[in-house]
Design a protein around this ligand. Structure first.
Ligand code: 26W
Length: 821
């Protein structure tokens, strides 16, 4: 099948050449003799964007004419990465563009490196949102993503003398060729002030919010191109600006300076992404960010609805479903109630009936420190009317609970939106469950734990409301675009429609024992490893051998993800080599990528430790290159795209019960890496798919973790009983890895001993070490390894985000595809 094209003749090489030249001339004001890579990149983007916009126009018209029901995906984060390669692949224009540019003397893969990542997210949750909107467009589902147009995305990480330094990310400094500003759709958002109670005619109590500040929300649209380019949806990101209209009063009263001050405040809202992953900071600006984008988005949704249905609210729930990506957009629930009750003057019951048929909520974490709670006093100051509404929601809900469990105050305390204590707190998780018609976790085990441990009272009250939708990843970006060599090999075996029907990869299984295919598969891996080795040489000046095992751990740095378990094992291998120069192991390169939240001390200490231990090992001739440790700085989507195709081993070693799902585990296995992992998150479902022989599972189960905790876990037991553990932890206290600075790595030892080892690293250490020995043994048998790797790729069909989206459609959204011709 020829790839479909949007614009007439788009994949005619000469047409494409002309378009690029035209943009060099007319958009960028340069020419082909002067243009540098950056200009070529921009001109190429503009040429592609012509095709994208054609599809966008058709899609919007089709959705409008068909008055389609749509899903509105509200997320504080969208980790989009780069868009050029993705858009070219999805439009079927990659080869055309590559050949056209070659004739112009330009290497496409070089200019692709000019594109800054759109890093408007922290990690898993933000990247999931990006994969989901790719799938939504691919499946021709009417959908819009709503988020924040952060001026600065996640910080850029530099490593200085082994330690993380944060530098600002400026992804838009030289313009973003993909985004379109839509001043015609600006929204106003109110903050602060007070609420006036009025008595309207017929005695109805009316609430009027007199805000203290109004800001503008300016929408920027990023087109989202589905695979094969038929549907082009949008990601709409809101940028805050001072509302000139509101500040007139202050300005006219001679308060020029005050007016300027308010300007600063308004523009601060979308300035920067909070770099915290899994720790709730309770910062006022973060709550304002959340409300800002929710309010803009709801008003946008309502504007579009009213355009078709006027003031008739009766069909709103048929047309609109809103998915809350974690609790970050939960404030949208009282905001919709405010609009319906105070503005549209609907009865509370009617308004609540609408709201609770519109919202659905996804939970992404069980960690108590990540569950959002806002001081009631803070909400009262910023959103006084919303706090009243939250109290009213809670009051009515408590009546309902009393009917179910009369007089049971313990149940009420657990279910209440309000947590009583020295400071009253609003639990956003409870608000989300109460205000939604469906709640889901992101992997089977996680959803079970959401029901059993996080929200057991809600599960008893509303059985069936909490369900599971296992996460997924888009195979377009995470195989087709990032691993062209493997993709071409797969095309030859199973045909080229696997990016749309990932289960077709199962067709590879019958070749898993074929020696020729094994060779081809491993040659692709080897070539990808060489590309990564070049990258490592270039950025860190470390030589790595592509015949070594490439063992990769890439994810945010967090104690529960246990990068330090990996590090302890590396130190153990090093120690074994020092004690026995003939220690027999296949050479291995341990590769890390991880950012630590800037305020997370121990996470930063672990990064420092990886670098210092690595530096020592890499330069110790006694190691004879059996071990290399590589920490690649500034881990991000575009770096992941280079690391994942080159990985042999995928480290997924979180404490059981802590990693909600993981999605990197899926990306690595899809690209033929073998997982060493715990029975946690989606690892369990990956193991079910590939079979126990094709994965290295180790360590405690959730039940065993819970039992050990109940019995009383004492890490000292492991320290004194296992000589290797003791030797390694004691080593951390010396200045062996940090010459002249004894104790520089001691915080890790302390966290694992005195501070109680909250994530049970020591309890799982020996099992991990044994599993690593099995990895070593398996790799030495080249045929066995190749077979296992092939089976991993073959069995990843379940984990396409298309399947996740289909699950959402069937279980929650009840959406229909809308064909765009
Ligand atoms: C309030 C601070 C904060 C910020 C972000 C708390 C929590 C978060 C996210 C929920 C963290 C996150 O990204 N969670 C990850 O979500 C992925 C997608 O579902 C899962 O695959 C990961 O297991 C989960 O850690």
């Amino acid at each position: 099948k020829a790839p479909s094209k949007i614009a007439e003749n788009a994949n005619d090489k000469n047409v494409f050449k002309d378009a690029v030249i035209r943009h060099l001339h007319c958009t960028l004001g340069t020419d082909e003799n002067k243009a540098n890579n950056h200009a070529w990149w921009k001109a190429t983007c503009s040429a592609i964007q012509e095709n994208v916009l054609e599809g966008l126009r058709k899609t919007q018209k089709t959705h409008y004419l068909n008055d389609t029901r749509a899903v509105h995906y509200l997320s504080a984060e969208f980790l989009m990465g780069r868009l050029l390669s993705n858009n070219m692949h999805n439009l079927g224009l990659f080869n055309t563009a590559q050949e056209a540019l070659k004739e112009l003397g330009v290497e496409l893969t070089d200019i692709m490196e000019e594109e800054p990542d759109m890093a408007l997210g922290n990690g898993g949750l933000g990247r999931l949102a990006a994969c989901f909107i790719d799938s939504l467009a691919t499946m021709e589902l009417p959908a819009i993503g709503y988020g924040i147009h952060y001026e600065h995305g996640l910080f850029r990480q530099e490593i200085k003398s082994g330690a993380q330094i944060e530098r600002p990310d400026s992804w838009r400094d030289y313009g973003n060729p993909w985004e379109i500003c839509r001043p015609e759709s600006i929204q106003e958002v109110s903050l602060y002030g007070y609420v006036e109670t009025k008595y309207g005619e017929n005695g109805r109590i009316q609430k009027e919010w007199h805000p203290g500040l109004t800001v503008k929300g300016v929408p920027w649209d990023i087109p989202v191109v589905g695979y094969q380019g038929k549907t082009v949806n949008v990601l709409r990101l809101w940028q805050s600006e001072a509302s000139d209209y509101f500040n007139w009063d202050v300005f006219n009263a001679g308060g020029y300076v005050d007016a300027q001050r308010e300007n600063v405040h308004a523009e601060t809202i979308s300035k920067v992404l909070y770099p915290n992953d899994e720790t709730e900071a309770g910062k006022e600006l973060r709550l304002i960010q959340q409300y800002f984008f929710c309010s803009c988005s709801l008003k946008d949704i309502i504007r579009r609805y009213k355009r078709a249905h006027g003031d008739d609210w009766s069909r709103f729930v048929e047309q609109v479903v809103i998915q809350l990506n974690d609790t970050h957009p939960a404030i949208a629930i009282p905001e919709l109630m405010r609009i319906l009750v105070d503005r549209a003057e609907l009865d509370w019951e009617k308004a609540w009936n609408i709201s609770t048929q519109v919202f659905a909520y996804t939970n992404h974490t069980l960690l108590p420190e990540a569950l959002e709670k806002w001081p009631a006093r803070m909400i009262e100051k910023i959103l006084p009317r919303h706090l009243e509404i939250i109290y009213e929601i809670n009051h009515r809900f408590m009546d309902l609970v009393d009917k179910k469990w009369p007089g049971d105050n313990e149940k009420k305390a657990k279910l209440s939106i309000i947590e009583e204590g020295s400071e009253k707190m609003v639990r956003m998780g409870n608000l989300s469950v109460i205000g939604s018609f469906a709640v889901n976790g992101v992997a089977e085990i996680h959803s079970r734990l959401v029901k059993q441990n996080l929200f057991p009272e809600f599960e008893a009250l509303w059985p069936g409301k909490i369900t599971n939708v296992t996460n997924g990843i888009t195979p377009r970006r995470w195989l087709k675009a990032c691993n062209p060599a493997l993709s071409a090999l797969i095309d030859k075996k199973v045909g080229d429609d696997w990016p749309l029907h990932l289960k077709k990869l199962e067709g590879l299984e019958k070749h898993a024992n074929n020696k020729t295919f094994q060779k081809q598969f491993m040659q692709v891996k080897q070539a990808n490893k060489q590309l990564l080795a070049n990258e490592i040489k270039q950025t860190l000046d470390i030589d790595v051998d592509v015949n070594a095992i490439f063992d990769v751990q890439i994810k945010r740095l967090h104690e529960y993800k246990r990068q330090h378990l990996n590090l302890l094992h590396i130190m153990a291998l090093y120690r074994r080599i020092l004690e026995n120069p003939d220690y027999d192991m296949h050479p291995r390169v341990f590769i890390f990528g991880a950012k630590a939240a800037p305020g997370y001390r121990l996470a930063k200490d672990i990064i420092y430790a990886i670098n210092m231990v690595g530096n020592k090992i890499n330069n110790d001739p006694r190691v004879k290159n059996k071990i290399k440790v590589v920490f690649l700085p500034n881990y991000r989507v575009s770096l992941a795209e280079k690391m994942i195709p080159a990985s042999d081993v995928s480290e997924q070693i979180s404490t059981a019960g802590k990693e909600a799902s993981g999605t990197g585990n899926m990306k690595l296995a899809l690209n033929g890496a073998l997982t060493i992992g715990t029975l946690d998150g989606a690892n369990i479902e990956i193991a079910e798919e590939v079979g126990d022989d094709n994965i290295f599972i180790f360590g405690m189960t959730v039940e065993e973790v819970e039992a050990l905790k109940a019995k009383g876990y004492n890490p000292h037991d492991y320290y004194y009983r296992d000589a290797e553990i003791k030797a390694i932890l004691d080593w951390l206290e010396t200045d062996y890895f940090t010459p002249g600075k004894p104790g520089a790595l001691v915080s890790i030892k302390q966290s694992l001993l005195e501070q109680g080892d909250a994530y049970m690293v020591l309890a799982d250490y020996r099992a991990y070490s044994d599993a690593q020995a099995k990895v070593d043994e398996a790799y030495r048998d080249k045929e066995r390894w190749a077979k296992m790797a092939i089976i991993n790729t073959a069995k990843m069909g379940k984990f396409t985000s298309d399947r996740s989206i289909q699950d959402y459609v069937d279980k929650i959204w009840k959406l229909r595809a809308c064909e765009v011709k």
